[in-house]
Design a protein around this ligand. Structure first.
Ligand code: HDE
Length: 752
C-alpha cells in the first residue's frame, strides 16, 4: 500500500474516532479507562503500548515460547514499587533526621534508586557506537536453493529480523550525517538458529588482516591528547595511517565519495564485504558475496547539507528511519548474492576473493536477488533492543560457512570477545533482543547475569543421568555443517598472498566509474579533509597516493591545497569502468520523499490542501512551512520559518510570497541599504531556504504568488526551478524531477 496514504488514513481515522466518540471513550474522560495527558491524580492503568511496538519477543531465555510479555517485567500495576515489589509511599523526599537533617543510611529506597542510576550506563561499542535499529521481516524468494541449504532463503519463508545501522568512528551521542562508513548489521532469527550478517555500506575494508584493526581505528578515532575531532576522518592521524598503509586507499576513496554521506539509511546499499562459502542440500559448495539493494535506490547528501544537518538535526538519520516506519513508508531492500565457483585458488576473473579490499564488479558477476527485507517496527526501548543487541559473525546457520579471508577470521574472534566487557559477562545471548527464536539446548551454564533456571544434572556429554540429552544432530536434523575444506600444508608464517599487494587498480576502477559530478564531489572531499590536516608531510604523502590513482584527481586536490602535484610512482592500471558503482543516471521511486510547501499565512493559496492530499496519495510526505505554527487556512503547520532548513526536504513547493515577519532577521539587501529590491519583499528565512535548496540541487517549483519568491531569490531560469499556473501543475513538474534524486545539472562539473 502507498505509505503516505497509510499515514493520512491513520490520522484521519483517529480524528474521526475522537469526533464520534462518546464522552466516556475520549482519553482522559471518566470511565474511558485511557489516562489523560493532564496531570493524573488517581492510579490508572499504564498507557497501552503503541500497536506497532508489540513485545520484542515472547520467548524464555531458552527459546521456548511464553505468554508473559517481557515488557510486563518492566512495568506491572499502577503503583510505584521497589525493585522487590513493595509499594512505595513517597519517592520525592529522602528519609532524613527531620526536615533539615542529614539523610539516613537506612533509606533503602534512596540507596536502591541512586545506586541503580549510578550504574545505568554500559560501555559504548568500541566502534559503531552511534546507531539506530528497527525490526522487520525477511522473505526468501527460493532462488538461492541451488547454492545454499539455509532454510530462511526458501521460497516464501518469513523470518523475523532486527537491523542496526551505525556510523563507525563517533561516540554514542555523535551526529548522524558525518562523513564515515555506515554499519548495516542484520540479525535473522531463523528456525535453524540466528544468522548475523554484519556488513557495511561500503563493499571493501581498510585492512586485509584483522590484526591491523586496532591500528586503523586508533588512527581514525580522536587524537589521544585532546580527544578531538569527534566522528571525523578529517585529521592528521587518519591521513597519516591511510597514506602509509596504502591498502586502505580503496576504502578511503569510497568514504570520500558520496557513499560516505548517505541521504538516509533507507537509501544505502549494504555489503557483507567478505566472501562466504555456501553449501547446498547435495553438499556442493560455492563462494558468495552478500549485497543489500535498497528499493529506493542509493542516494546521498550533499556535503554542505551533511554539515548543516549535523548541527540543526544531529539525529537526522535516526529520525528519518523512525518517521518512515511510523508513517508506513516501510524501508525495503533485496538481499542479493554474487556467486562464484569454489575453485582451489579462490579467485574470480583474476580477483582474489579472500582479499577484502577488492570488489567483483557487478558487470562480471551479477547480483542475484534471493529475498526481501522490510523494516516495519521501531524498537519499544532503545537501550533494551538497539543498545543491547550483540552481533557476531560466528552466528551462522546450516548452508552458510566462512572462508579464510584473514579479516573475517579475526572478526570471528572479536565479536564474542567485545561483548564480555560491553554486556558484562558471557550470558548476553539471553538478553531478549539476542535470544534465538530456535530452541536452545547448549550446556553452557552459570556466569554473570544467568537468566535461565536450567533443569537436569548433567550439562555434559556423554551422560546417562539426563537420559543422554542433549543429542548431537546430523544433516537430517539440520545440523550446522563445517565445510571440510582441505587446508594445504604450508609453513606457519606472518605473510599475505602476493595478490594482496595490488593496492591501486581497484581504486582507479572506482574513480574511473564515477560521473563528472561525482568526481567533483570526491575532489572536494579530499581537499576538505586534507585541508584540515596540520602536517605538510601527510598531505604530500596522500597526494602521492592520489597520483597513483589518477593524475587529474591528484592535480585538482593539489591545486586546492596549494601544493605541487607529484607524478605516479607506478604505472596506472588499465581498468574497465563499472557503471553499477555510480549513483547518478538512474531513476528511482520517490516513496517516502519529504516535500516542503512554503505558504503565506497572511494570504493562503486555495490549492495547498489539494496538493497536500496528492502528495500523500503519491506515497510522499508533505510538510507545510509558514511564518508561524498552529494552523493556516485550516491546515496544520508542521515547520515554521524559524525551524525549517533545506536539509529536511527533498524538494520544495512555493505556494505564496510571505513578507518579512517581525521575528525575521534583516534581509541581506536591506542590510546593504538597498531595501527596495524584490528580495526585501520576501521573508529572508524563505530566501535562505530557497538559496540552500538550490545549492543542494533540489527541485523547486512554485505557483501563484510563489513565482515572485523565485524571482526574489534570483533562481528563475536555472535547471530544476519551475513556475506553473496551479498547484497541481507545480506538483506534476516536481514529480518529473524527483526520481533522479537531484537536479544534477546544477553542480558545476570541472572534470570529466
Ligand atoms: Fe566490526 N566490530 N570489526 N566490522 N562491525 C564491531 O563488535 C571488528 C569490520 C561492523 O550494530 C564490534 O559488537 C574487527 C568489517 C558493524 O552492533 C567489534 C574487524 C565490517 C558493527 C568489531 C572489524 C564490520 C561492528 C564493536 C577487523 C563490515 C556494529 C561492537 C577484522 C563487513 C554492529 C561489537 C552493531 C562492530 C570488530 C571489521 C562491520 C569490536 C576486529 C570488515 C556493522 O567486535
Amino acid at each position: 500500500s502507498k505509505p503516505g496514504r497509510v499515514l493520512k488514513d491513520v490520522v484521519e481515522a483517529a480524528a474521526a474516532k475522537v469526533a464520534d466518540a462518546r464522552p466516556d471513550q475520549v482519553p482522559g474522560s471518566p470511565g474511558s479507562g485511557v489516562p489523560s495527558l493532564a496531570e493524573p491524580t488517581t492510579p490508572q492503568d499504564p498507557l497501552p503500548p503503541k500497536s506497532e511496538q508489540g513485545t520484542p519477543d515472547t520467548r524464555t531465555p531458552t527459546g521456548a515460547p511464553t505468554d508473559v510479555p517481557p515488557t510486563a517485567k518492566g512495568q506491572q500495576g499502577a503503583f510505584l514499587t521497589t525493585a522487590n515489589g513493595a509499594r512505595l509511599r513517597d519517592t520525592d523526599h529522602s528519609l532524613k533526621a527531620g526536615p533539615r537533617g542529614p539523610i539516613l543510611l537506612q533509606d533503602h529506597h534512596f540507596r536502591e534508586k541512586i545506586t541503580h542510576f549510578d550504574h545505568e550506563r554500559i560501555p559504548e561499542r568500541v566502534v559503531h557506537a552511534r546507531g539506530t535499529g528497527a525490526h522487520g521481516t525477511f522473505t526468501g524468494y527460493g532462488t538461492a536453493e541451488g547454492v545454499s541449504r539455509a532454510g530462511f532463503l526458501a521460497k516464501g519463508k518469513e523470518t523475523q529480523v532486527f537491523v542496526r545501522f551505525s556510523t563507525v568512528l563517533g561516540s554514542r551521542g555523535s551526529a548522524d550525517t558525518v562523513r564515515d562508513t555506515r554499519g548495516f548489521a542484520t540479525k535473522f532469527y531463523t528456525d535453524e538458529g540466528t544468522f548475523d550478517l554484519v556488513g557495511n555500506n561500503i563493499p571493501v575494508f581498510f585492512i586485509q588482516d584483522a590484526i591491523k584493526f586496532p591500528d586503523v581505528i586508533h588512527a581514525g578515532k580522536p587524537h589521544p591528547d585532546r580527544e578531538i575531532p569527534q566522528a571525523q576522518s578529517a585529521h592528521d592521524t587518519f591521513w597519516d595511517f591511510v597514506s602509509l598503509h596504502t591498502e586502505a586507499q580503496h576504502h578511503t576513496i569510497w568514504n570520500m565519495s558520496d557513499r560516505g554521506i548517505p541521504r538516509s539509511y533507507r537509501t544505502m546499499e549494504g555489503f557483507g564485504v567478505h566472501t562466504f562459502r555456501l553449501v547446498n542440500e547435495a553438499g556442493e559448495t560455492a563462494l558468495a558475496k552478500f549485497h543489500w539493494k535498497p528499493k529506493l535506490g542509493v542516494h546521498s547528501l550533499e556535503w554542505e547539507e551533511a554539515q548543516i544537518a549535523a548541527g540543526v538535526d544531529p539525529d537526522f538519520h535516526r529520525r528519518d528511519l523512525y518517521d518512515a516506519i511510523e508513517a508506513g513508508a516501510y524501508p525495503e531492500w533485496e538481499l542479493g548474492l554474487q556467486v562464484f565457483p569454489d575453485t582451489p585458488d579462490e579467485t574470480f576473473a583474476g580477483i582474489d576473493l579472500l582479499d577484502p579490499t577488492k570488489i567483483v564488479p557487478e558487470e562480471l558477476a551479477p547480483v542475484q536477488a534471493v529475498g526481501k527485507l522490510v523494516l516495519n517496527r521501531t524498537p519499544t526501548n532503545f537501550f533494551a533492543e538497539t543498545e543491547q543487541v550483540a552481533f557476531h559473525l560466528g552466528n551462522l546457520v546450516p548452508g552458510i560457512d566462512v572462508t579464510n579471508d584473514p579479516l573475517l577470521q579475526g572478526r570471528l574472534f572479536s565479536y564474542l570477545d567485545t561483548q564480555l566487557t560491553r554486556l558484562a559477562g558471557p550470558n548476553f545471548s539471553q538478553i531478549p533482543i539476542n535470544r534465538p527464536h530456535a530452541p536452545v539446548n547448549d550446556m553452557l551454564r552459570d556466569g554473570f547475569h544467568q537468566q535461565a533456571v536450567h533443569a537436569g544434572v548433567a550439562p555434559y556429554r556423554p551422560n546417562s543421568l539426563d537420559g543422554g540429552n542433549p543429542f548431537e544432530a546430523d544433516d537430517a536434523s539440520h545440523a550446522f555443517l563445517d565445510v571440510p575444506v582441505v587446508v594445504a600444508a604450508a609453513p606457519k608464517i606472518r605473510e599475505n598472498p602476493a595478490s594482496f599487494d595490488d593496492h591501486y587498480s581497484q581504486v582507479r576502477l572506482f574513480w574511473q566509474s564515477m560521473t563528472p559530478v561525482e568526481k567533483e564531489h570526491i575532489i572536494r572531499a579530499y581537499t576538505f579533509e586534507l585541508g584540515k590536516c596540520y602536517e605538510q608531510v601527510i598531505k604530500e604523502r596522500q597526494l602521492q597516493c592520489l597520483a597513483n590513482i589518477d593524475p587529474v584527481l591528484c592535480s585538482e586536490v593539489a591545486t586546492g591545497l596549494g601544493l605541487p602535484a607529484p607524478s605516479p610512482t607506478q604505472p596506472l592500471a588499465e581498468v574497465e569502468p563499472s557503471a553499477a558503482l555510480s549513483q547518478v543516471g538512474q531513476l528511482w521511486p520517490a516513496d517516502g520523499r519529504v516535500i516542503g510547501i512554503v505558504v503565506d499565512a497572511e494570504a493562503p493559496d486555495p490549492d495547498v490542501d489539494e496538493v497536500r492530499t496528492a502528495i500523500f496519495a503519491a506515497g510522499m510526505l508533505p510538510l507545510v512551512i509558514a511564518a508561524h505554527g498552529g494552523k493556516v487556512d485550516g491546515l496544520d503547520v508542521q515547520r515554521t520559518f524559524a525551524t525549517a532548513r533545506s536539509v529536511e526536504f527533498d524538494a520544495l513547493l512555493i505556494a505564496g510570497a510571505p513578507a518579512p515577519a517581525p521575528d525575521a532577521l534583516p534581509a541581506r539587501d536591506a542590510k546593504a541599504g538597498s531595501g527596495s529590491g524584490p528580495a526585501s519583499l520576501v521573508d529572508p528565512r524563505v530566501l535562505l531556504l530557497i538559496e540552500e535548496s538550490w545549492r543542494h540541487a533540489k527541485a523547486i517549483c512554485a505557483w501563484g504568488s510563489g513565482a515572485a519568491v523565485l524571482d526574489a531569490a534570483g533562481v528563475v531560469g536555472t535547471p530544476g526551478v519551475l513556475s506553473e499556473n496551479s498547484g497541481e501543475a507545480a506538483l506534476a513538474a516536481l514529480q518529473q524531477l524527483l526520481p533522479a534524486h537531484r537536479v544534477w545539472e546544477r553542480f558545476p562539473a570541472t572534470v570529466s
